[in-house]
Design a protein around this ligand. Structure first.
Ligand SMILES: [Zn+2]
Length: 452
């Protein structure tokens, strides 16, 4: 454990340096390419903390991308018929405009697939119980991909000597650590590739044993931001998976640290690039107007005021974090204010809040109606998106808030026969984002050409 921890911290902050290169070969089979790939390729994973809810005692380690590199199980014809089916758990619209979560199950026999589907829905419910997932739940699609295993349960559960023949090769006791739940990434990717799109991947093991792992390197071929593994039957394990999305989607650093481990007493390096850890004091952050300065002194959802709390980024001293114990330090806590802002930025990298219902690829005429689908936010305060219409860049105030516009309602303004541009712009007026650079991304536009 101690050596895993050491390797871990040495590699922290350079997670992108180690990436398994997996390419999709024609026909959908996954083939390894590039000099660094192959069975010996290593990937960086985050080890979850012990089960009591804080992540102190977590770490990172390198594990083989190919897991235990067992051959794919041979399935019977009947099993093959069920294998690889994609089940829609939640469909909120076109994949290019939504953040697509792909959930793959492991250790489920064909007969147990209904249990996997129920577990996928449960994990989605756990995810959307946490802000900002709750408010933005309608920006997501969720796909469950059926992977048929020959045996029920996964390797390492209940004991280190338990071996199961499963579709994704999931195993506890990865790198000798009981709660580290690893997978064969190539096998996972083969199933992920069947979903319409993947922005985030969750692998659910048919187990109730506490454990998980965060594979937070973006996939160069399938485009997803990371894989979190979790036990289907363990809520704490699901919380760890949400913490991992803080890295993959939110690009947040860990806010925990290692008291009592030599080498992590004092950070002496340069100011890290991460937005939620800093070498600076609260006074310096405020004075220099950097990092989370816009949130200083505010009450955070995880409790207490935003400031600069000593310890973070694995170091006991020399690095500060915005709040005492957010989701990036203690998995039973919500994201803090800077964390929520970073997660919202991540959502908007993948999703749009207005999408066309009336196709945009043909010119609309007098008889047509321009219709758009505007995302409904599920925030507790009933907040709505701002919707505005523009004709050739000039706002049509009378149509504010609407999601459709009859072209015939515009005739007085369109006395000439030129082609005009009609646009609908949806904007998120959230108070959870204060960084103007992020705020500028909380807007989507749909445009049509119109002619009389
Ligand atoms: Zn972490």
């Amino acid at each position: 454990m101690r050596s895993a921890l050491r390797r871990a911290v040495a590699a922290a902050g350079m997670a992108t340096a180690v990436t398994a290169v997996l390419a999709l070969a024609p026909g959908g089979a996954v083939a390894s390419t590039g000099p660094s790939a192959g069975p010996s390729a290593e990937v960086e994973v985050e080890i979850p903390g012990p089960e009591h809810g804080t992540l102190a005692g977590s770490g990172h380690t390198s594990v083989p991308a190919s897991g235990q590199d067992r051959p794919s199980p041979r399935l019977s014809a009947a099993q093959r018929a069920d294998d690889g089916q994609v089940v829609e758990v939640l469909n909120n619209g076109a994949t290019k405009d939504r953040l697509d979560i792909v959930i793959v199950g492991d250790g489920y026999t064909a007969a147990e697939l209904p249990q996997f589907h129920a577990a996928a829905k449960e994990k989605w419910a756990e995810l959307t119980a946490i802000e900002p997932y709750t408010t933005y739940r309608n920006l997501f699609n969720v796909w469950a991909v059926d992977a048929v295993s020959r045996q029920s349960g996964v390797t390492g559960d209940p004991g280190a000597d338990t071996v199961k023949d499963t579709a994704l090769g999931s195993y506890f006791w990865c790198d000798g650590i009981e709660r580290l739940l690893c997978i064969d990434q190539e096998k996972v990717d083969r199933y992920v590739a069947k979903a319409p799109e993947a922005d985030l991947v969750i692998v659910l093991a048919n187990s109730s044993k506490y454990g998980g792992a965060g594979y937070n390197q973006p996939s160069p071929t399938l485009g997803y931001e990371g894989i979190s593994t979790a036990s289907a039957g363990n809520v704490k394990s699901g919380q760890v998976a949400i913490h991992e999305t803080g890295h993959s989607l939110g690009k947040l650093a860990d806010e925990y640290f290692y008291p009592g481990y030599p080498g992590y007493e004092q950070y002496t390096g340069p100011e890290p690039a991460d937005r939620n850890i800093s070498t600076l004091t609260a006074g310096e952050i405020g004075g220099q107007r950097v990092k989370w300065h816009r949130w200083l002194g505010e009450t955070s959802p995880d409790g207490g005021l935003v400031g600069a709390y000593e310890g973070g980024g694995y170091f006991v001293k020399g690095l500060n974090r915005p709040t005492d114990s957010s989701m990036m330090r203690a998995v039973d806590k919500p994201f803090n204010l800077p964390g929520v802002e970073a997660m919202i930025a991540g959502f908007y990298r993948h999703a749009k809040i207005v999408t066309p219902v009336t196709p945009t690829d043909r010119t609309l005429r007098l008889r047509h109606t321009a219709k758009a689908d505007v995302t409904r936010l599920a925030s507790a305060d009933g907040r709505r998106l701002k919707v505005r219409w523009h004709l050739d860049g000039k706002e049509l105030k009378a149509f504010e808030g609407r999601n459709r516009l009859r072209i015939s309602d515009l005739t007085l303004r369109l006395l000439d026969l030129r082609t005009h541009t009609l646009s609908v712009i949806a904007e998120d007026p959230t108070t959870s984002v204060r960084d103007p650079e992020i705020a500028a991304t909380l807007k989507s536009t749909v445009s049509w050409k119109i002619r009389l």
